[in-house]
Write a protein that binds this ligand. Sequence first.
Ligand SMILES: C[S@@+](CC[C@H](N)C(=O)[O-])C[C@H]1O[C@@H](n2cnc3c(N)ncnc32)[C@H](O)[C@@H]1O
Length: 374
Amino acid sequence: MPQPPLDRLLPELLTVWRGGTGPTDGLTTAEADQVALGVKELSRGLTGDRSLVGAAYLNRSDLLGAYLLYYWPVSFAQTLFALKQAGVHSGSRALDLGSGPAPGAFALLEAGWKSVTAADRSVDALKLAKQLAAQTNQRLETQVWDADKGLPTGGPWEVIVVGHLLNELGAGRPDRIERRAAFLASLKPLLTPQGRILVLEPASHGPNSDALAVRDALLGLGWSVSGPCFFQGACPARAAGAACHDVLKWKVPHLVAQTARRAAIDKRELPFTWLSFQPFPSPDVDPQVVRVVSDPLLNKAGRRRVVVCGARGRFSLSAPGAYRAPIWSQVGRGQALRVEEPEVREGGWGLGPATRLSPGRTSGPGSTPTAEGR
Ligand SMILES: C[S@@+](CC[C@H](N)C(=O)[O-])C[C@H]1O[C@@H](n2cnc3c(N)ncnc32)[C@H](O)[C@@H]1O
């Protein structure tokens, strides 16, 4: 069986961070204590009081080290997962924008992209990314780029990954949503005609709600959302004041567990927001295809229920406890389902004797024709 990518990459991250040799299976106790201090500070500054957001925190070597050993594996796993969820197949040219030490770029390389560029304003983070590429015998282009000074040079790219960058742009400003949507829209000349932008953001309340608002604003500028949403109107979760995000279940790597434990952070699951956009309005959406946007729940009447979102918006899909279909018994958040002949019930659809349930396409309108269900 092939070795999982993080098992292969984490010893290389350790070598690059140490700038020399040491145990390859994780941090020593002294190292873990030291890195955990940086992880705590980053966690507080990026997701707690958000005091680091917008600051040049990766210019501090202790915080860059903590990012590399703790957040890098998380972002790498999230990007790899989101590329698959979005039905983005490997291609030729891809850009990782706001790359930091480039976990997104390495996920693209892992997914089979041939020519990958990482762009960020942190020269030190790009230097680490270059060292990691050399260490792993991979080709990575880097570009020093500052969002406040214009667009990156080069392109066109088939996919631009914007990983955990948006929430740092215009943070705290009342017009941050319009600014972020305008920033994404400004990337259009850098995309191939069928190209797309894959945005990843945290799942915490503020960044998730802002990401959904940016989605709505970008749709207002004539773009379409090609995943995970099928619905092309204003986000129904946002309208209801609800969150909407994916959750990646992963096996926590030992290296991450070492510092997570010390920083008292639970990383057993990785909730995060992802959205894929294309710079043209959507063609018609298949009204039978829906995305599961909740975990399964059992109601008092013994019906198994999930919340789904599709061309008709957000509603409930449920079935009696005795309903048997393999795809339903494994139903989970993030899955795309095609539901034919549902029973129309108050508040949603039911699965009945005449209903046919099959995998839906992974992404919404504008997806590549080869995109298939999981
Ligand atoms: C939270 S890190 C995300 C890094 C990586 N993309 C990931 O997913 O883990 C945010 C990155 O955005 C970069 N950044 C923030 N504001 C920027 C700006 N105005 N121009 C360029 N890069 C910026 C930071 O240097 C940092 O590398």
